[in-house]
Design a protein around this ligand. Structure first.
Ligand code: GH3
Ligand code: MG
Ligand code: MG
Ligand code: MG
Ligand code: MG
Length: 312
């Protein structure tokens, strides 16, 4: 009875925590033609606070996967009617890499080649039946942790630590993708390069920390105005925006400039005022770099014409 009560209490906690964290629970897809295997795997994962989605064959698995892009990991059987594990895997890998989705193959077959085949076809890992609860838990954990680690590294690689904006690398990579998509559909684009005026003087007069706060302050204003677009910190006090529409763009950047010019940064009893210069172009070019060059030329003109202005 003591054991039973303990199990009941544990189950209750699992249920409760599961319900509380419904939205943040890691989602795993289990694909197996056997209802009892699905039920067993579901139970084993559920007590690890994992949200389980199930499918009876590869085809159903594919459908669920495309419908639920928040699925982080798939446990897939080998032999199944309609679509087997290998076909499922090769279909998935045409769209999602090992880094984007972890797939663990499972099979009870005597054929020892299966594990190697699964791995060669792009599985992240393989579990042979019969397996212990411990082994399943460890392998699932390990693969999920690896995904999380890669995700964290990717975030760091593409974001600026100080402002949280996209960094220069992300701007050029994501910008090129956006640029090519829009060129294909003949959509007009706008590119702006924004530079804080006399930023060196802010550092000199108020200190480097105040300079950092000013950069964060500007980044927040920039997101307020252009958060729906591709916004990045591409240099020390230089920012870039790529917009895939051209209505009112000049007026919107002018509003940004005026907002900054009338704002005050409050830091350690210092009131810091600053301005920005903006180089904007809406002239279609063969590539993102060419557009940036035009925007840069306009920025240079803005700087040489007295700063705190927009040149388009
Ligand atoms: P201009 O109006 O011509 O742009 O003048 P400026 O002083 O803004 O330009 P300059 O290129 O001479 O100086 C930029 C300064 O920005 C130099 C550098 O020390 C500072 N800077 C670059 N990155 C950071 C940062 O992350 N934090 C702080 N506090 N300063 C930075
Ligand atoms: Mg099977
Ligand atoms: Mg500057
Ligand atoms: Mg400069
Ligand atoms: Mg600069």
């Amino acid at each position: 009875y003591v054991l039973k009560d303990t199990i009941n209490a544990y189950e209750y906690i699992v249920e409760l925590v599961g319900r509380l964290h419904k939205n943040t629970l890691t989602k795993v897809l289990v694909i197996d033609d056997s209802a009892s295997v699905r039920a067993m795997l579901q139970e084993m994962l559920r007590i690890q606070f994992i949200q389980v989605v199930t499918a009876e064959n590869g085809r159903e698995g594919i459908t669920k996967l495309w419908q639920q892009p928040d699925i982080k990991l798939v446990l897939v059987d080998h032999e199944m009617p309609v679509m087997d594990g290998f076909t499922f895997l090769s279909t998935v890998r045409r769209k999602l890499s090992k880094v984007q989705l972890a797939v663990i193959g499972i099979s009870g077959s005597e054929n020892k080649q299966l594990s190697a085949q699964f791995l060669k076809m792009g599985a992240n890992d393989f579990i042979a039946k019969p397996f212990s609860y411990e082994e399943l838990a460890c392998r699932v954990r390990q693969n999920l942790e690896m995904q999380e680690g890669i995700e964290a590294v990717r975030y760091i690689a593409f974001h600026d630590y100080l402002t949280g904006l996209l960094n220069r690398r992300a701007f050029f990579e994501q910008g090129a993708v956006l640029f090519n998509q829009n060129i294909k559909h003949a959509n007009p684009l706008a590119v702006a390069v924004i530079d804080i005026d006399f930023f060196k003087k802010i550092n000199d007069a108020y200190g480097h920390d105040a300079g950092d706060i000013t950069l964060k302050h500007f980044a927040a204003i920039l997101v307020e105005h252009f958060g729906a677009n591709l916004v990045a910190r591409i240099g020390g006090e230089e920012f870039a925006v790529l917009i895939d529409e051209t209505t009112n763009v000049e007026a919107r950047f002018e509003a940004l400039r005026l907002h900054v010019a009338s704002a005050i940064v409050d830091f350690n009893n210092m009131q810091i005022a600053y301005t920005i210069s903006i180089g904007l172009t809406q002239q279609s070019q063969s590539g993102l770099n060419a557009m940036l060059k035009l925007a840069d030329t306009n920025l240079y003109t803005a700087k040489n014409s007295g700063r705190n202005q927009l040149v388009a």
